[in-house]
Design a protein around this ligand. Sequence first.
Ligand SMILES: *Cc1c(COP(=O)(O)O)cnc(C)c1O
Length: 413
Amino acid sequence: MGRRSHHAQGDGPGVSGKGDAKAHGDATRLVQAGRRPEWTGGVVNPPVWRASTILYDTVGEMRARNRDTHHKLFYGRRGTPTQWSLADALTEMEPGAEGTLLYSSGVAAVTTALLAVLSPGDELLMVDSAYDPTRAFCNGLLRRYGVTTRYYDPMIGAGIADLIGEKTRAIFMESPGSLTFEVQDVPAICAAAKARGVVTLIDNTWATPLLFPAIGHGVDISILACTKYIVGHSDAMLGSVTANAEYWPAVRNTTYALGQHVGPDDAWLGARGLRTLAVRMERHQASALAVAEWLAEQADVASVLHPALPGCPGHEIWRRDFSGAAGLFAFTLADGDDAARAALIDGLELFGIGYSWGGYESLAIPADPGPLRTATPWMAAGPLVRLQIGLEDPADLIADLAAGLDRFRAARG
Ligand SMILES: *Cc1c(COP(=O)(O)O)cnc(C)c1O
């Protein structure tokens, strides 16, 4: 990691940028960020402040506080120093960002961000490789509220300009894509959007701001399922939305209007995870690459969909824009059916079978992207397996997968 410095990316003009503190390296900022003395009280980790009622000395003070509640004790729904500390740390990791709000899940963050920028009659351009619940929200609640969604090819790049119409209000990206890992040309899409006054959003869960500071690359609103790498230990649900100065008021107002809130204990777990993000990502990256490169050499593997490997759609864009890779990728089998794939996965000893990812433990799931697509067909010779590579020894993971491929061959007949 650290192949290129984030210093080169610069801030958008006119952005007040609470995330401007770039004098230090990423790992240093991850350790320092959000630890204001008035919030920590001198201890290292910001403590858990649990609150609903906040007491005021006088009626006058109560009324005065009402005028500006951001990062001030007002009422529990607006959070306490525990939540503000994590939110501030995430803002500091995004050069050009104005502020961050936290949510009870990644899906809550995605849906709130979309509601913040869309109104009835608007059109949304949504990447075809989007996380399935994001798609479900567009096709369900957003449609019911009069917003239409058009899906676009993840590899469209500057060609997105041709899809922008009079009603287009927002473009949503996810890079790399869920399950299929296409890397999008985010700067080209953002440039086309800006030229037409269209707001851009990205689900940046895979890279996190550490490997891809999205706002510095031109995105207006950056969304994380902190459940994954920020929490990092598979023990809490959490989401975040970080916005630039232009869209921060809309995001904040919609978040408050919807009553979105995250409990201090979960925020504390997120803040605790964040401090070790850089070392964990280094290990996730190295181990996942070792496993991916081994898989690429196996006769029964048709393709390995890992942004850092040539052959992954958008690999060149990953090289240009990202400072590293995460530990999540997929591979497709050369042939075989669902039962043969299940034989591979069911017998794995070190890989758990379960949703989510970003924790210290490895996971393997079957996935079938085909039925989820509408703009671009998904073509693969055989079934797909998605792997989350945890912090185990990669040689052990490879041996486990080798035995899995033996089972696959036996089951395939
Ligand atoms: C998991 C995930 C989400 C949703 O996060 P939750 O915390 O599980 O609600 C959103 N986007 C992506 C890309 C994800 O992988």
